[in-house]
Each structure stands twice: as structure tokens, then as C-alpha cells.
Design a protein around this ligand. Structure first.
Ligand code: SF4
Length: 369
């Protein structure tokens, strides 16, 4: 059995204009939060202490915004309460402006081998317009700091479809980043969701987005410029062998513990999501775990089979027909034969050596709407 751990740190220095992730810029409850989080993590270790952990992911928010003594408490809690597999991938998300030499020393001490650095664009005026509080040169410095300390497994997030962004600027972002030999790149189109500054501006008619055709051209450009990478998921590219194990765990329906505010986990066919209320989380963690889990849903066999299809389509390797049979003990065509035939007739997917793969990535929209 594969098992991963996701730990959510819901704090950021300030809020980016497009961001709907659960994070606060006020840090007054950070210490109480970390204490509660440690209780939750220890609670899971009672059931999974001897299970080999394949991946640990500290996400947020910006985990590196925590003072070093708090983040060290969390690292040692994970290390002391779980059995990490020898090749465990341990990732931490960081922002270029919050990464310090002291933190990088802690990464080394606790075998944190992978760092995911948010960047989005290389033009400082775009960074400012979307509410990022760092410059491109700070990202360059962060890369230098990591590499000079032997941390080379780095992801960088890029974003296209920014307000007023041109195709040339997007090309410049991609080309500048790959010059640093970054082994993993995530490239997403800007989407407006939740209660963000950008959504509010858009609703008032004060934010103009680029048109859909340009957005598609930008995606196609990413595929071309990142051609030497393994394009293994719709929005993710990796050098061979450096695909993100933690994300693969999600996409391959493996189990994961989710700890922290708003975190989701998937254990023993149940998916749960923790409360998004910081004070409730801290208060209730002192009482019992059921109180912090806001949603808990049994993922039935049928739901697991449907998820297998949709998650499989996200990955460029496609839906593995043999794996479906192995997991569910039934042929995929016995359940989804009609849909699969229809999609093949529509030209959206094809059967390539017992893998159902998308013929062109844009077709994925047909499935996900
Ligand atoms: S740094 Fe990341 S998590 Fe924090 S507000 Fe910006 S996009 Fe959101």
C-alpha cells in the first residue's frame, strides 16, 4: 500500500490577487496552529506508524513563512512518528522572498529533498499586477541558494493568461526558467475563482482577461518549449524520473493523510476534509478528531471506478485498461464500454496498447465540464 502525507500551512505574507487557497496573512495564531497540527499528525501515526510513507508534502499557503523553530517542530514530528521510505519524496512549497539560508539548512537536516517555488512570470510588472511580493531576481537568488546547498529537485510554478500578457512575454518566461535547468515545471492558466481580488475586479468590469484563443496558444507554446521534458500530466512537465511522486499518488488513487486547516485526506475508501475555520480547528483538535472533519464521504466502488477514468485522462500516459481489471476485477468495457466507444468515435481518445489516451489535450474539457 502506498501512503503519502499532506500538511497544510495556511499562512502567507500577503494574498496574491488571484489566489483562492486557504491562507491568512495574520500570523498571530501560528504557534497555536502548529501545536494543534502536531496533535493531528500524531493521531494519524497511531494507525500508520509502521506503514512506509512514500511522500510528504508541506503546502499552503507558504510553509516557509513560519518561524524556523515552528517548522522544525513539524519536521521532527513527521520524522519521529512515521516510517519514511528510503526514497521518500519530501516537498516543501516556498516563495522566493521567504526562503532563507537557515531554512535551507533545516531542509538538509530533515532530508527535505524537493522544493516547489512559486514564480508565475519573469516580468516584475506582471508579478506586481497579480499581487506577488517578490521579483524575478529574488527567484534567481532562491534557485542559487538551493542549488549551492545541493538541493536540485526543484519545481517552479508558472502562470499564463495573465491580464495584458502577450505571447512574447509568456515565451520569455518559459525560456528564462528552463535556462536554470529546473527539473519540474507546472504551468497553469489563470482561472478566476472564489472570493479573490481578481474576481471582484472582474465582476466590476475592471479586469480584462486575455481571450481564449491566445490562452490556447500559450498552452501550445508551453508544450513546444518544454518539449524536452516528460509532459506527464495536463499542466505538469518533468525531466525523466523527476515527476512529482506526491501528485502521482493523488492521480493514481493511492491513500494519503491530509493534516491541517482545510486539508483533505483519502483513507480506507473515505475522503475527508477538515474545517476551514482556524479558531475551530485549534479549539476542536484539543477534543476529538471527528470535530475537525467537516466532510466525510464514503467513496463507493462505482465512484472509485469513475475517478479512475477521469484521473487517468489527466495523465498523458492515459487510462491503463489492464490496471483497471487488476484493481476492480472487471473489464473496463463491461462498465464504461458505451462511453468509451462514443469518445473514440468523437475522436477524443484512442486505444494505444491498452492505454486509453487523449488524442488532443484540449479534448479533456469535454470530459471535465
Ligand atoms: S503565495 Fe501562494 S498560497 Fe500564498 S497567496 Fe500567493 S498564491 Fe496563494
Amino acid at each position: 500500500m502506498k501512503l503519502g502525507i499532506y500538511v497544510h500551512i495556511p499562512f502567507c505574507k500577503s494574498k496574491c490577487h488571484y489566489c483562492d487557497f486557504l491562507s491568512y496573512s495574520k500570523m498571530d495564531l501560528a504557534k497555536e496552529y502548529v501545536d494543534a497540527l502536531i496533535k493531528e499528525i500524531k493521531m494519524y501515526s497511531k494507525s500508520f506508524k509502521n506503514t512506509n510513507i512514500q511522500s510528504v508534502f508541506f503546502g499552503g499557503g507558504t510553509p516557509t513563512v513560519l518561524p524556523s523553530y515552528l517548522i522544525e517542530k513539524l519536521y521532527s514530528c513527521i520524522e519521529n512518528n512515521f516510517t519514511l521510505s528510503e526514497d521518500c519524496e519530501w516537498t516543501i512549497e516556498a516563495n522566493p522572498d521567504t526562503l532563507t539560508s537557515e531554512q535551507v539548512q533545516l531542509f538538509k537536516k530533515y532530508s527535505i529533498t524537493r522544493v516547489s517555488l512559486g514564480l508565475q512570470a519573469v516580468q516584475d510588472y506582471h508579478l506586481k499586477n497579480i499581487g506577488r511580493i517578490h521579483s524575478f531576481s529574488q527567484w534567481e537568488n532562491a534557485i542559487w541558494l538551493l542549488k549551492s546547498n545541493g538541493i536540485t529537485n526543484i519545481n517552479t510554478d508558472l502562470m499564463f493568461g495573465l491580464p495584458n500578457q502577450t505571447l512574447n512575454e509568456w515565451e520569455e518566461s518559459l525560456n528564462k526558467v528552463i535556462k536554470y535547468d529546473i527539473p519540474h515545471i507546472s504551468a497553469y492558466s489563470l482561472t478566476l475563482e472564489g472570493n479573490t481580488r481578481f474576481v471582484n475586479l472582474y465582476e466590476k468590469g475592471e479586469l480584462k482577461l486575455i481571450d481564449e484563443i491566445l490562452d490556447r496558444q500559450m498552452y501550445t507554446m508551453a508544450k513546444d518549449i518544454l518539449g524536452s521534458y516528460n509532459h506527464y500530466e495536463i499542466s505538469n512537465w518533468a525531466k525523466q524520473g523527476q515527476e512529482c511522486k506526491h501528485n502521482l499518488l493523488y492521480w493514481e488513487q493511492e491513500q494519503y493523510i491530509g493534516a491541517g486547516l482545510g486539508a483533505s485526506g483519502y483513507l480506507n475508501s473515505f475522503r475527508y476534509t477538515n474545517t476551514r475555520n482556524l479558531k475551530d480547528y485549534i479549539k476542536n483538535m484539543d477534543r476529538q478528531i471527528a470535530l475537525i472533519q467537516e466532510e466525510k464521504e464514503h467513496i463507493t466502488l462505482r465512484m472509485q471506478q469513475e475517478e479512475f477514468i477521469f484521473l487517468g485522462l489527466r495523465m498523458l500516459s492515459g487510462i491503463d485498461i489492464n490496471k483497471f481489471k487488476k484493481i476492480f476485477n472487471i473489464e473496463i468495457y463491461d462498465i464504461f464500454g458505451n462511453q468509451i466507444d462514443r469518445w473514440i468515435k468523437q475522436g477524443g481518445i484512442r486505444n494505444n496498447n491498452n492505454k486509453l489516451v487523449l488524442t488532443y489535450l484540449e479534448f479533456v474539457c469535454v470530459f471535465f465540464v
